[in-house]
Design a protein around this ligand. Sequence first.
Ligand SMILES: NC(=O)c1ccc[n+]([C@@H]2O[C@H](COP(=O)([O-])OP(=O)(O)OC[C@H]3O[C@@H](n4cnc5c(N)ncnc54)[C@H](O)[C@@H]3O)[C@@H](O)[C@H]2O)c1
Length: 331
Amino acid sequence: MTNSRQITHSRILVTGGAGFIGSNLCEKLLHQDNEVICLDNFSTGKRENLTHLLPNPHFKLLEGDIRNPQDCQLAVQGVDYVLHQAALGSVPRSIKNPMLTDEVNVNGFVNILFASAQAKVKRFVYASSSSVYGDYPHLPKVEHLIGKPLSPYAISKYTNELYAQVFSQLYDIQCIGLRYFNVYGKRQNPEGEYSAVIPRFVGKLIRHESPVIYGDGEQSRDFTYIEDVLQANQLAAITTNENASNQVYNIAFCGQTTLKDLYNLLVELLIPFDEKIALVIPTFTENRKGDVRHSYASIDKAKQLLDYQPQFYIKEGLQNTISWYWDTLSQ
Ligand SMILES: NC(=O)c1ccc[n+]([C@@H]2O[C@H](COP(=O)([O-])OP(=O)(O)OC[C@H]3O[C@@H](n4cnc5c(N)ncnc54)[C@H](O)[C@@H]3O)[C@@H](O)[C@H]2O)c1
């Protein structure tokens, strides 16, 4: 390592590397002189997210499934760090198909965690989620105060945390869980039933269709720019702070943006590309099942133990992303 905040000269497995967060991780780590292995089954990830990385001799793509223990064993061979991102995201998807969410997010997690323990990787960093807070009303969310889960997805992510805790004791593997809060940035899938709110709004606005806002639009989220998530993953992998391992951390910006404010911000940023977007009017409809009203993180623990320092206010992160959306969606 040449820099205590970045992973360099290491061999890293990124599961779910063809997805939004995973492909950004692969790209960043390759730029920093690492060998990167991506394990993905392309269920929600896209080949085009990796096209630009395939010619790099330090990049290896393994098409496989975390539900298959052999694929996991193959992927972890000789690896220093595992950054586990593969999962089926989306609360509504998990309500529609809880069995599949459980198979991938829980069974798949145990497979990759067990394979990582057997391969004696230096650290296993995995994506948890703010959904773990469930119905706990207190704001901001602090790591040790969680409520009852509100969806199968939340159960799956909380189960990951329990497994990581137990595996760290039983198999002597160092694990760190990152509870991401509404991540956004380039390559976040704008299409499909289960897309996240920012790409969904942008996609609709670019097509001059009315974006749907569930509820009154006053619900808020702690939107987190992808670069801050990449920073958190690297810090979690290489921290030498003995108290930092075998813990979970909120990874967020520590800001509260209502969906109405988000909507207005996106319109403002898109008008320079197409002034007619100012004429689009959103549609308000009833709340979605399983959604929490407010989600806002304390990031003190990550700041103190990992030296996490988020850099991107929502406006700046969206400004960096908006031309990617325009180029991707306006053709
Ligand atoms: N994006 C967010 O705001 C957010 C918030 C909280 C947590 N997370 C978590 O972060 C991780 C990454 O999310 P994302 O937004 O990049 O999602 P994504 O859907 O873009 O990426 C997930 C990747 O995992 C792959 N995958 C799914 N099932 C697999 C399987 N069985 N075997 C191998 N690969 C498989 C998919 O093909 C995809 O490439 C997930 O664990 C998600 O639950 C994301």
